[in-house]
Write a protein that binds this ligand. Sequence first.
Ligand code: ADP
Ligand code: MG
Length: 416
Amino acid sequence: MKVENIVHNLLYEETKATKLFLWLFYIFYIAFELIYYYLFPNLYSNGGISKYKEGLGLWYYFFIIGIFPLAIYYFKKGNPYIIKYLYIYTFIVIDTVHNLIIYMGTDKQFAAGSIVEVVFILFSPIFVNKKYYWTVSLGMVLKYGLIGFMIHDIQVVAPVIIYIILSAIALIILIRFESFLDSLTNAHEELRRKEKLAVIGQMAAAIAHEIRNPLSSLKGFTQLQQERYPNTNDFYPIMIQEIDRINSIVEDLMTLGKPKEIKFSKANIEEIIAYTLSITQQEAERQGVSVETTMTGPLPPLDCDSKQLKQVFINLIKNAIESMSEGGKIKVSVKVLDGTKMNISIQDEGSGIDEESIPNLGEPFFTTKTDGTGLGLMVSNQIVQDHNGEITIKSSLGKGTTVNVTVPISRNYRKI
Ligand code: ADP
Ligand code: MG
């Protein structure tokens, strides 16, 4: 969704909630005033209070109705967010002043509390807004606290207790709403990410598939040419090497679209690592990188697709080598965890990864290298996940990176 659309939808939701708020506010306000101050005093003619003759008198209504045009103005201006605060602040201020005028310096029994205060509190989950919630709850408590303090009347305790209870209920609902909305947003995000990946994957796989055939004939003919005219020039090995590079990129792209089916069989982890190191040895030497391998304890055979795991370790060791432009040491260590998992850690002394890039690792095409593809980690991640395993990366900028691959030893221990 585009940002403008999101803003527009939020505005629409807020407008809807605010309209409902205004309706309920005025309906409850008018009904309450009519019943409490006109109906009751007339029914029980000697009791009751006629508010319009006391305190702020008609000014009270003037304010409450007078802010309505302001509300309309803010709607028109496209800023409905402010309206609820306009009402709560206005209400608290004039109701406090009103009560103080009536009760201060008299020994009248304090009788206050209005149904619209309940409307204010119960609207905080509807606005799904913590700031509004705290404004209302603290506002109400402070209002009654101040009135009680000024008129020295313990009666204010009753509305304070009621509003604290109501606020607690409102808070519980508000938190539930928020966490519900959060999980909904997360699920939506995840779905979008998966869809994006699926589309990229299918496209990439389709293109890769088309490239593969002409590429293999190109390689074949180049090899043939080299055999026929071995002494003409030295470009053939480079050409073949580059074609192989394209080929490996194309293969990565194909795993993106349709993950190859994994063929589990018992394999020896020592052999997998040894093979990986033999493939990457040349590049390591060129960069002045040495590799140290530690195998701890007797290592049981690993239930895995060894061809694919080799691909994972080639990717990870290549990344480690590429991060060390000035040479250094890579430590590869293999150990058994909890008797059920195999842990392979690859630790380099390279450039490390800056904090901002960490969330992007494993995203297709995310790379910081000029000739990188940004597919290595994503393919590796997919393969390890297919093995019910997990890759974790710890990195410290300028010091190095440790990549941990953990996979279940046997398929009977699938849970990790
Ligand atoms: P590529 O190697 O083609 O860039 P990868 O998916 O293998 O793609 O890696 C993505 C990015 O992750 C790299 O460009 C690099 O910035 C970062 N990265 C991966 N491994 C390491 C590492 N060992 N040290 C530093 N950065 C790394
Ligand atoms: Mg890589």
